[in-house]
Write a protein that binds this ligand. Structure first.
Ligand SMILES: *[C@@H]1O[C@H](CO)[C@@H](O)[C@H](O)[C@H]1NC(C)=O
Ligand SMILES: *[C@@H]1O[C@H](CO)[C@@H](O)[C@H](O)[C@H]1NC(C)=O
Ligand SMILES: *[C@@H]1O[C@H](CO)[C@@H](O)[C@H](O)[C@H]1NC(C)=O
Ligand SMILES: *[C@@H]1O[C@H](CO)[C@@H](O)[C@H](O)[C@H]1NC(C)=O
Ligand SMILES: *[C@@H]1O[C@H](CO)[C@@H](O)[C@H](O)[C@H]1NC(C)=O
Ligand SMILES: *[C@@H]1O[C@H](CO)[C@@H](O)[C@H](O)[C@H]1NC(C)=O
Ligand SMILES: *[C@@H]1O[C@H](CO)[C@@H](O)[C@H](O)[C@H]1NC(C)=O
Length: 396
């Protein structure tokens, strides 16, 4: 009776002085921690005391080891990878960018050896012969080689893309003809003007099979080929996110030779990584999907920005579409841009110079291609019979 009364009154009278008492009270009057087993013991309980000490010490050590291990583990930010396949009934159709490897239109370019020299000197062949462009010749001034250009100016030398008679003959989707002016956009890329489908619009599709999806009929107009961006002939294409800037570098992109009917099947893979402090890949951290200004972050756009800044610095103009800058004059292309491109890729550490980490989420489209001869001999003859104006080989 008296003990209880004391217990209750002690904390209320001297609350600050009682840490020792609280500990005493806690250790002696509660039992789950076992400390009370170590004190108030007479000599006949020595073995019990020893056993309890060992027991409490080993429990304490085990506790400390486990906590240290868990803390270490936490600061290592371990990640797990989950991979799963999710069948979707409806997906957004990706963008397709197609470029003609021989985009210059020979008939649109003046037939003059001095102008031919110029195009030779910006072609991949330029190292193979000692041909110089004599810039003091007045023809270059007359032909506007020193003027800044707009996209229309650039396109006067190139084959038409979406105008009738140009590169894109027709396009269908879900078996109906598309309004090419609404559905496609022409943009100048590193290797010439290219066609990009679906730039702003979101087309959803819920069918499988090739006939029902995007079908393009393209006319390379090989008869008008001039110095091309590569030695080959044919076209290059890339399947990508509609907001992403297509860049054709390394293995991103496919080449198709002329005279083929090609089927492409697309496999979409979506990657998502945890943001910093978790490591995304190796010891790289990923960047969140939003830029500071709220636009989406894409690695390809970041690299393009980086290259553009470099070229603007060097030459004060760009040879391809980016932001709303004007295009380099032909003189600038030959005398500044070509060298700047070489220097840019010859930098030992492009990756260090451009701060373009992996985005925390990205979409990759794997494309597999199969092809057949186009058109078949039968169709070739049939078309030839129908309109006899072109040579038989024209349709290949
Ligand atoms: C270009 O000009 C040369 C002579 O200057 C001529 O022999 C050649 O046929 C011309 N080519 C075309 C395609 O007009
Ligand atoms: C190229 O030709 C010019 C004269 O036409 C000559 O001065 C120059 O040394 C030649 N360059 C090479 C690499 O042969
Ligand atoms: C370059 O053109 C100018 C003007 O036509 C001419 O006087 C000069 O001889 C040419 N130089 C060469 C190396 O052909
Ligand atoms: C091209 O544009 C740049 C930048 O505005 C300007 O400095 C340059 O004088 C222009 N060149 C011509 C030929 O108009
Ligand atoms: C090439 O240029 C010629 C002459 O300007 C034009 O008639 C023809 O349509 C052009 N070809 C293409 C594919 O744009
Ligand atoms: C292009 O525009 C983006 C955003 O509007 C800007 O961050 C970037 O610096 C610009 N790039 C160049 C080369 O002007
Ligand atoms: C690339 O850079 C190295 C050293 O910086 C230089 O020796 C080499 O000539 C450069 N190559 C080209 C193609 O500019």
């Amino acid at each position: 009776m008296s003990t209880r009364g004391k217990d209750i009154s002690t904390p209320s009278t001297e609350p600050l002085n009682t840490i020792g008492e609280v500990w005493n009270d806690f250790s002696q009057n509660t039992g789950f921690h076992g400390v009370n087993k170590l004190s108030g013991i007479t000599s006949r309980h020595k073995i019990r005391l020893l056993l309890w000490t060992c027991f409490i010490l080993s429990c304490g050590i085990y506790l400390i080891v486990t906590v240290v291990e868990e803390i270490n583990n936490y600061y290592r930010y371990p990640t797990t990878m989950t991979q799963y396949t999710k069948p979707e009934n409806e997906i957004e159709f990706p963008s397709v960018t197609v470029c003609n490897l021989n985009s210059l239109n020979k008939s649109a370019i003046k037939n003059d050896s001095r102008i031919d020299n110029y195009y030779f000197n910006i072609s991949p062949f330029r190292g193979l012969a000692n041909i110089t462009t004599n810039w003091s010749d007045p023809i270059y001034e007359q032909e506007g080689f020193y003027l800044n250009r707009t996209l229309e100016d650039v396109m006067t030398d190139e084959k038409n893309i979406i105008d009738p008679g140009g590169f894109l003959v027709y396009a269908t989707f879900h078996l109906s003809y598309l309004d090419v002016r609404k559905y496609f956009k022409v943009k100048l890329n590193n290797n010439g003007p290219c066609l990009t489908s679906n730039p702003d619009m979101k087309i959803k599709t819920n069918h499988v099979g090739s006939v029902f999806h995007l079908t393009l009929m393209l006319d390379l107009d090989s008869a008008n080929n001039y110095y091309g961006s590569s030695y080959g002939e044919g076209l290059q294409f890339l399947v990508h996110d509609s907001k992403e800037d297509p860049i054709f570098e390394g293995n991103s992109g496919f080449y198709i030779e002329p005279g083929k009917e090609v089927f492409a099947s697309v496999h979409k893979t979506r990657f998502e990584y945890l943001p910093s402090p978790y490591e995304a890949m190796g010891n790289e951290y990923c960047r969140d999907h939003m830029n500071d200004d709220g636009s989406q972050y894409y690695r390809s756009s970041c690299y393009k920005d980086c290259a553009s800044t470099f070229f603007l610095d060097r030459c004060n103009c760009l040879p391809y579409t980016h932001n709303s800058t004007y295009y380099c004059s032909k003189f600038q292309v030959a005398n500044c841009i070509l060298k700047a491109i070489g220097d840019y890729y010859n930098q030992t550490k492009v990756d260090d110079k451009c701060d373009c980490p992996l985005p925390c989420s990205s979409t990759h489209y794997d494309v597999s291609l199969t092809s057949s001869l186009f058109p078949s001999d039968f169709y070739s003859k049939k078309i030839f019979d129908l309109n006899r104006d072109k040579h038989l080989d024209y349709y290949r």
